[in-house]
Write a protein that binds this ligand. Structure first.
Ligand code: GLU
Length: 373
């Protein structure tokens, strides 16, 4: 059985597709959690539903849905949501603890470690952390944006072994099951490739923000951090307990063989790429083989408006993403030194001749199990 489990509950699961929190369904989920808790599992809930609960509490006011109005709904709804979780877990004598995060809380390494300390302390005391985005104060610049990606960050934070993404769909299908009767459930995914991303791209579910596309992003982050991931329907009988026991329910993404080391997990999960460096094919193969730093002379194209210290995507000439990393030059500097040797860089910039991305900050993303690091 898995020991430390993150369970992401989407709005569609918590409302059962209605406009209200579906308490009957919530208590059933809590019952399953209490069973696992009793057996020694450490559980972390990543709960959506604040905005839906806010609408319910205020009796569905007619709003234009400006940012400020959504913040208001979240402020009202978050406390209602927590009250509901607290009441339900109380039945089983389990304490819950609220943590509200934004991207800004995890992007800085120090703040990430602080959040990690708090989370681990809750688990140490057998408390179930209930986590959501801090929607009442977060604006789009500092938001994670959806709870699928938030739950993968929480998986990295907590070093969990399993991430369960519960939704209103039984899992990932070969086509959209609502329009294509031939659509088949995919029981296991080992490689998240372009075809799969395209498949997931179109599906948007119910009231929440996260469709399948964000679930794939989350699954990719979590499996590279060493956690198994399962996407399943929240209404399947005993869904949480069965998945925790390793039963085949929904779509499973096994953790990769060689998970990223701690610091690289954090880089991959917490930072939004601000630009793209295109490298020539020779350098792409060399990066893959030697895992060396990326030198400016290998860069043939520069896009985006990034600054030194930002995260960037590294692509081949064909446009395939092969790595992510922290860039050491601003966009304007990269434009001037791309394709130039280290000796030339000093002359051009008058300083520096270091790599564009240092190997310690470089995360290789080849879709080939053997080379995943
Ligand atoms: N944080 C949002 C809420 O609580 C949900 C975002 C999401 O479901 O992805 O309403």
């Amino acid at each position: 059985m898995y020991k430390r489990i993150v369970i992401k509950l989407g709005t569609s699961v918590l409302t059962n597709g209605s406009k209200h929190l579906y308490r009957q369904g919530m208590i059933e989920l809590v019952r399953q959690c209490s069973k696992l808790h009793k057996e020694g599992c450490e559980l972390i809930l990543c709960s959506s539903g604040a905005i839906a609960a806010g609408r319910e509490t205020l009796e569905f006011p007619a709003l234009e849905e400006t940012v400020a109005e959504r913040q208001m709904l979240a402020a009202v709804g978050q406390s209602r949501l927590m009250y509901t979780w607290e009441t339900l877990f109380d039945i089983y004598d389990i304490h819950v603890g609220q943590m509200l995060l934004t991207r800004a809380d995890v992007q800085d390494r120090q703040r990430f470690l602080n959040a990690q300390d708090a989370l681990l302390e809750l688990l140490k005391h057998r408390i179930v952390p209930v986590i959501n985005e801090n929607d009442a104060v977060a604006t789009s610049e500092i938001k994670v944006g959806d709870n699928d990606n938030l739950s993968s960050l929480v998986t990295v934070l907590s070093e969990a072994e399993l991430l369960v993404l519960l939704t209103d769909q039984p899992g990932l299908f070969t086509a959209d099951p609502r329009i294509d009767p031939e659509a088949q459930l995919i029981p296991e995914v080992r490689t998240i490739d372009a075809t799969l991303r395209e498949l997931a791209g179109g599906s948007v579910s119910g009231l929440g923000i996260g469709g399948m596309a964000t679930k794939l992003q989350a699954a990719d982050i979590a499996r590279r951090a060493g956690a198994d991931v399962v996407i399943a329907s929240g209404s399947v009988q005993d869904v949480i307990t069965r998945i925790a026991l390793g039963e085949a329910v929904g779509t499973r993404f096994p953790a990769i063989q060689n998970p990223l080391e701690q610091r690289k997990r954090w880089i991959f999960a917490s930072s939004t790429p601000e630009g793209v460096l295109t490298v020539n094919n020779d350098s792409a193969s060399r990066l893959r083989e030697d895992e060396n730093s990326l030198l400016p002379e290998s860069v043939i194209g520069v896009n985006g408006n990034f600054h030194r210290g930002d995260s960037v995507i590294i692509r081949t000439e064909e446009g395939d993403e092969i790595a992510r990393g922290i860039v050491r030059y601003d966009r304007s500097e990269m434009d001037r030194i791309k394709g130039r040797t280290s000796a030339q860089i000093d002359d051009i910039l008058g300083y520096g001749s270091g790599p564009a991305v240092h190997q310690n900050d470089l995360i290789l993303l080849f879709e080939d199990e053997q080379s995943w690091k």
